[in-house]
Each structure stands twice: as C-alpha cells, then as structure tokens.
Design a protein around this ligand. Structure first.
Ligand code: XMP
Length: 496
C-alpha cells in the first residue's frame, strides 16, 4: 500500500517526524511483550531508549539519576566549571536507589511562608526541620501540608506546627529494610539518619508506591559496581581535556562531544585524544545529519553518533546558518550508514510526543535524546514560576544569548571574536510532574505504537523497515491537520 523507507527518503525532501506516518502491521501479541531495550553506544546497553540532553535547563545530577532509574541515561551539561560538573556526576553516581538525596530542609525559626515558597519553587510539600536548616544537620521534626493547611497566619514559626513524633531509619539499612520501616510506620516520609541523629536522605511513600507500579529498581541503568550510569558533555577545546580528566575521575560512564556540527577536525582530534587517554570510556560524537559526516566520525572512533541539526525546539541554527536537515530524514540517512558499521544513532531534538519517539526508533535510531520533553519536570534544574495561572519552568537553547553568556558558546565552536551569534532562544515550558511518571507513561505509549506496527523490538522494527515490511507515507498538510486534534470548540471550565 505504502512506500519503503528507501523510496520515501530518496525524493529530495527533508522530512520531519510530522511529515511522515507509519502504516500499521498485524498484532499477535500484547503490549507488555514489546521490549525497548537498546544500545546507547557500542558498549553500553539501556532498557529504556531515552537520553536527557546536556542542557543547563535539563540535566544535572537529579535528572541524570532519575533517567538512569527509569532505565535510560542523563548527560550532564557543561555550562559550568569542570569541578561542578564532576560533582554532579559523582552525586548522581552515588545516589542510593529509591531515596531522595536532597530533601528540602528548614530550621525551627523559619516560617510556614517559607514552606509555601519551597512548594512553589521545588514542588515539595513536605519539609524536614533540622537544627541549622540544612541537610546533614540534626533532625528535629517534619512539616507536611497537614501541619499547615488550616493555619491562616503564614508567618507562624515552624517550631509551633512541626510534628516531632518521628520514625527514622539508619543510613546503614538497605532499601528493603527501610521500606519495611516506612510501611509499618504508616507515615508518608521516612528520614534516613546517621547514628548521631543527622539526617542525610529521605524515603517517600509515594515514590515507593510508584516504584512498585513502574519498572522495578532492577531495570535501572547501572554499571558493573551497581552504581548509576551517568554521562557528561564536553567541548573540543584544549581546556576540555582537563574537564574530561575530572569527569573520568568522577566515574563518568560515557562522554558526549557536544557540537552543533560535529564533522570537524576538532572532534577528530578530541576523539583521538580521549580514545588514547581513556580507552575504556565510550565517546559519543556529533551532531551529524548526513551519511558522509557519520562515516567520518565513525572512522575517527566514535562509539555512537548524535544526530540532528536545527531540529530542536529552541534551535535557530537552520534559520541563522541555513544548514541542517529535517530530523526524520537525518535519522534515516545516518542510521542506514551507521547500522552497517555497527554504531548506534541517538536521535537528538524535535521530540514533542511519544509518536515522534516511535518514528525515530523505527527509522533507525537506537535512542532518542530529549530537551524540551523533559524540561519542566521536577528533576530539571531551576525553579517553577507562575504565569497566567500556569506553572512553568525555564527552558533555553545552549546557543541562546542567555546560555552563551555563561560560557556555552563552545558548542558552536565559538570563534575568538567577541561577537556572539545566537543559534537558539530562551523560553519556558509547562510543569510536567516527575520524570518517574512521565517516562513510564511515555514508554507505554511507545510500546503501543510498536504493537500497532506488529513488531516487538527496536531491531525488529528497523529490519522490517529495511525489508519493506513496515511501510511509510508522507502526510499532506491536510493529513497532518487530520492526524491532530481538530474541529473542537475549546471551552473554559467554570466553577458553579
Ligand atoms: P528538543 O527539541 O528536545 O531539542 O528541545 C534539544 C536539542 O536541541 C539542541 N540544542 C540547540 N540547537 N540551538 C540549536 O540550534 C541551541 O541553542 C540549542 N540548544 C540545544 C541540542 O542538540 C539538544 O539536545
């Protein structure tokens, strides 16, 4: 009925995910049988084909840890000093699975208004009360919304409302032991303390419940020592060699050479250097969008390719520099070549829904890298704020003037001139809740897409495209409108 991938991609058009549609196959298995495990690089496998982007409004330690817990991986951005970046890698790697590493803390003389502020900015509605208001200090009490919801004077001190009837577990207890204490205590929070009463982390009932209904901790991305897999990005300047050393010492598992146009002498030199200095460390090179760029970087030693140029939601590269490619075409072309050389492709940018993930994987990507899709989650860096009644978080391109002011211009091989040309913009995205719910929910939708296509694995889907068993079509403008929500009248809910 439709066309093969080869026929569609030979027509001289640059297609985005929305331009194409996949034709359904035959279903003879339940959704649960779809297995999305995949390769991030030549040597690293993941159970979930999702990578969080190295952007300063997307991936620091909290996002990296959450992504790994969900079976994916996070790439810590490098718009900060090398020591700070290494700290984020170390912190994510040392996270104990199932525990909140940095719960919100206040001191007894602080007020309910400060709890309200924490809820607004960080999304936590419970706060630990410690001697000096910091983590690592002696635990004195807990304040939850039930302690404060009926108090009109928000300047009431926390010492007056905090609960002091505390159940705690020791830092030496395992996840299972702590969980038993949490369950039998019937409380919503279990602070984890040292022998001297100093609080170090927290176990939450809601997280533990989510952990039961979503993938087990055993599905997390872990290294040989049982620590979380964490990636980090670097540039290709001389100073990045020191950064690389600090990241390697922090235990980073994979490094991304970050550039909007990766087919350069700089990446070849950095690849050669890193492969010699750290032969055990997998290096992801890119970004590329053509098969000849892909071949060059694979021959230079890349363990995976990052694909996409100007397709990101905050990118203006195609408009500013006139260079790039539609993301569906870029993924198909680079992956067709990379597959022959056994190198995985990461489809980077332009993912706005689960359907885009299905298309990226079916067209040849082994994983997808996401910025805006994950920005606005609890785990993304930055505080929430309200605008027109909507709860938002900031999201900005690493080539935006705002991010470059902090040093990220190296991504664009920032020449030495003082003139900075923006290749990205800053904006905000809506609150999306926690990655711990967003990723399982999205992956379930992706599994349903695979089931509709009649394929159980990413490899099977890609083989089916290569052999013409999965067919494609280009959607006309009207077909795209028809495929979205249409002919609905919006209405405002009114409270009567
Ligand atoms: P999404 O669509 O997931 O895209 O938000 C994230 C990807 O966009 C790239 N990126 C940029 N591209 N100017 C660009 O042209 C920028 O300022 C910029 N910042 C990020 C990057 O590949 C990221 O993973």
């Amino acid at each position: 009925d439709g066309f093969t991938g080869g026929m569609i991609m030979q027509q001289g058009y640059s297609y985005t995910y929305d331009d194409i549609i996949l034709l359904p196959g035959y279903i003879d298995f339940p959704t649960e049988e779809v297995d999305l495990s995949t390769h991030l690089t030549k040597n690293i496998t993941l159970r979930t084909p999702c990578v969080s982007s190295p952007m300063d409004t997307v991936t620091e330690s909290q996002m990296a840890a959450a992504m790994a817990l969900q079976g994916g991986i996070g790439i810590v951005h490098y718009n900060m000093r090398p020591e700070e970046q290494a700290y984020h890698v170390r912190r994510a790697k040392n996270l104990r699975l199932g525990f909140v590493p940095e719960p919100a803390c206040l001191k007894p003389s602080d007020t309910i208004a400060q709890v309200d502020q924490i809820k607004l900015n960080r999304g936590f509605s419970s706060v630990l009360i410690t001697e000096n208001g910091q983590i690592g200090s002696k635990l004195l009490g807990i304040v939850t919304s039930r302690d404060t919801d009926f108090i009109t004077d928000r300047f009431t001190e926390l010492r007056e409302v905090m609960s002091t009837d505390l159940v705690t577990a020791s830092i030496d207890s395992s996840y299972e032991e702590s969980l038993k204490v949490l369950i039998s205590s019937k409380k919503s929070l279990l602070p984890i303390v040292r022998e001297n009463g100093e609080v170090v982390e927290l176990m939450c009932r809601t997280d533990a419940q989510a952990q039961q209904s979503y993938p087990p901790l055993g599905a997390s991305s872990l290294d040989r020592d049982g620590k979380i897999l964490v990636g980090a990005a670097i540039g290709t300047r001389e100073s990045d060699k020191l950064r690389l050393r600090m990241l390697a010492e922090a235990g980073v598992n994979v490094v991304v050479l970050d550039s909007s146009q990766g087919d350069s002498i700089y990446q070849r030199q950095m690849l050669a250097f890193s492969k010699k200095a750290y032969p055990e460390l997998d290096i992801i090179a890119g970004n590329v969008v053509t098969s000849y760029q892909a071949r060059n970087l694979i021959e230079a030693g890349a363990d995976a390719l990052r694909v996409g140029m100007g397709s990101g939601s905050i990118c203006t590269t195609q408009e500013v520099c006139a260079v790039g490619r539609g993301q569906a075409t870029a993924v198909y072309k680079t992956a067709s070549l990379a597959k022959q050389m056994n190198i995985p492709v990461i489809a980077d940018g332009g993912i706005a829904n689960s359907g885009h993930i299905v298309k990226a994987l079916v067209l040849g990507a082994s994983t997808v890298m996401m910025g805006s899709f994950l920005a606005g989650t609890t785990e993304a860096p930055g505080d929430y704020f309200y605008q027109n009644g909507q709860r938002l978080k900031k999201y900005r391109g690493m080539g935006s003037l705002e991010a470059m002011a902090k040093g990220s211009d190296t991504r664009y091989l920032g020449d030495k001139s003082r003139l900075k040309i923006a290749q990205g913009v800053s904006g905000a995205v809506a609150d999306k809740g926690s990655v711990m719910k967003l990723i399982p929910y999205t992956m379930h939708a992706v599994r349903q897409g695979f089931q509709d296509l009649g394929v159980k694995t990413i490899a099977a889907a890609q083989d089916a495209v290569a052999q013409g068993r999965i067919e494609l079509e280009v959607r006309t403008g009207a077909a795209q409108v028809e495929g979205g929500i249409h002919h609905l009248v919006s209405y405002e809910k009114k409270a009567f």
